[in-house]
Structures are given as C-alpha cells and as structure tokens.
Ligand binder design. Structure first.
Ligand SMILES: C[S@@+](CC[C@H](N)C(=O)[O-])C[C@H]1O[C@@H](n2cnc3c(N)ncnc32)[C@H](O)[C@@H]1O
Length: 306
C-alpha cells in the first residue's frame, strides 16, 4: 500500500488488493464449513472478521509489513519528519506505557524490542527484560524502556496470530491484548482490565484509524489517555487531497473497499481528526514525499506530541 510506482501501477494497485481479498473469501467459507462454524457463516460481522483475518493476517500481511516497514520502524524510533524518514532522531522513540490501536495479527509486535528496551512493568531493574537491540548500530538511539503495551484488537480471529507474534518477540510479560474496540476501552463490563486516562506515554496507530467507528469521537477519547508530553505515532492512509479527480476515483473505490477490506474506509481525513482531537504541544507529520499525484491510497506519517 505504500510503495511509489508508475501511475498505472498505483492507479490499479488497490484493485489488486480487492482481488486478493475476493480470492480469500471462498477459502474462508470452506474453512468455516469444514470446522462446522455455522454460526459465524450466518453472522455478517463475524464472517467479515474471519475473512479479513485470512486476507490481512494470512495473505496481504507480509507485503504490508515489508512495504510499510521501511517507514514504520524509523517512525517508532522517532526518525520521521514532515512525513519522511530522516537519519537523526527528532523525537524520542517509543517508551513507557504504549497503546497500540488496532493491533491486528501483530505485524508490528517484533518492532517493539527493536526500537527500545522492553521490560515488564513492576519488575526489578534488569529483570523481565525481553531484549535490547539498537537498530542500525549507532544510528538509532534507545530512548527508554517500554514497560507495558496494550494492543487493542476487537477482531478475535486475529488474536491467535497476535499471540504468536507476542511470544515470538518474547513479550508475554509486557504485551497485553485488549479484546475490544477503542470505543469500549473505558468500559469495565467489556474487558477485564483498565487503562487510566492520562497514564499513557505513547499511542501507536498504524493503518487502523480507517477502521474504527466514529473516528472524531474515538480519537478525541484516545487523546485523553495520553499523558501531557505523551506522543502519538501515526502511519495512516487518508483521503486524497491532490485533486478532485483523484478524490473521485478514491471515492469510487470506496464503494467496494470497506465491504471487502474489513470495514476500512479509504477517504478519512485522519490528520485533521487528530489535529482537532485536543491541544497538541508539537506536531510533526506529513505525506511521504515519494507519494505522487497518482497515489490512490496516500498516507500521513509522523508524531503528535501532547
Ligand atoms: C487494516 S488493519 C491494520 C492492523 C495493524 N495495525 C497492521 O498494520 O497490520 C485495521 C485493524 O483495526 C482493527 N479495528 C477495527 N475496528 C476497531 C476498533 N473499533 N478499535 C480498534 N481496532 C479496530 C481491525 O480489527 C484491524 O485489525
């Protein structure tokens, strides 16, 4: 979704994603039939979750991890400015208590030990440390310690893959799956746990604010979980702002897209939504400069500091 290419390739790219998703559907249906999960087959919402899991986690994931990873990893290290990756660190990397919104199948879980020291909260100095690795030698600085990650993911079909990613990264003591949507984060009747407002050091949202309900309301709500000085690392696809014809083309694609890509909306104005979520101390975001006029799925990348 993120590589720049020829105009034709990037104009047709989203159709390729739709075809891949369509290709997954019969396999999902057959799997559910074989497993006797008739209730899932009869529930449009649960069927969409199962289908999306097979598509995103099983099929599209490795490409997305590779294509977006060249930006997301530096972003989480604090090396993004005006939408581009830079050599020097411009903000601290991930640290402290982290909320990952829409964790999905855990495509980014392995990045946490790469960008910071990870230690289970409440344990003694050095104990429970999962791994410490300074990515790229002297290039990336380790800013601090990640003590807790809350991975918000309401699609339970993705939890087995997410759990496998957590175990593979050695983060069982640190990473907790929150099995509800962001809209229910504060609802003690929906999950056993609590995240206090004003207690979160960092929020990570990667390609997920396109999928949450009522984005203005829920982004405003998430904003309240950040401490003063906390940081929101964002890599999201957004509405085309280049021209009316690209916006019209994106709007046409969006007639099919949410139905086939797990409810994802192509044309959200996520940067605006984030800017208006509340007062920010500093904002350093932008569209990656490699993305040209023909980018049907343009991105916003950077960090908002509260
Ligand atoms: C396109 S996927 C991206 C997943 C992951 N961030 C990644 O990059 O692989 C969007 C994710 O948002 C999740 N999602 C949908 N509704 C949500 C909600 N209300 N709250 C939090 N996450 C949600 C979906 O289940 C899905 O896993």
């Amino acid at each position: 979704m993120s590589r720049a290419g020829t105009p034709l390739a990037s104009l047709l790219g989203p159709w390729n994603m739709l075809l891949m998703s369509a290709y997954c559907l019969p396999r999902t249906l057959l799997k559910l039939l074989r497993e006797g999960k008739y209730a899932v087959l009869l529930s449009p919402g649960r069927l969409q979750d199962a289908w999306f899991n097979d598509f995103w986690g099983g099929m599209a994931g490795p490409n997305i991890r590779r294509d977006a990873g060249i930006r997301v990893v530096p972003l989480l290290e604090g090396r993004a400015s005006a939408g581009d990756v830079v050599d020097r660190q411009v903000v601290p990397g991930l640290a402290g208590t982290v909320v990952e919104v829409g964790a999905g199948a855990g495509l980014w879980v392995d990045v946490y030990p790469e960008v910071a020291c990870v230690r289970a909260s409440g344990e003694g100095e050095g104990e429970g440390e999962a791994r410490r690795r300074n990515v790229g030698g002297s290039r990336a600085a380790v800013d601090g310690v990640i003590t807790r990650v809350y991975g918000i993911e309401p699609n339970r079909d993705q939890h087995p893959a997410l759990r496998r990613a957590i175990a593979a990264a050695g983060l069982e003591d640190v990473y907790r799956i929150v099995p509800v949507g962001v809209e229910d984060l504060d609802d003690a009747t929906k999950w056993e746990g609590r995240v206090e407002k004003g207690s979160v050091d960092c929020i990570v949202s990667i390609l997920c604010l396109c999928s949450i309900p009522e984005p203005e309301k829920n982004v405003r709500e998430l904003y309240q979980y950040l401490k003063k000085g906390g940081r929101w690392y964002v890599y999201e696809h957004v509405r085309c702002e280049h021209s009316w014809y690209m916006r019209a083309y994106q709007g046409f694609l969006n007639l099919f897209w949410p139905h086939m890509i797990g409810g994802c909306q192509l044309n959200r104005r996520t940067e605006k939504t984030l800017r208006e979520a509340g007062p920010w101390g500093k904002i350093n975001v932008g569209q990656p400069s490699v993305e040209q006029w023909h980018q049907v799925i343009p991105h916003v990348m950077g960090v908002f500091e509260k």
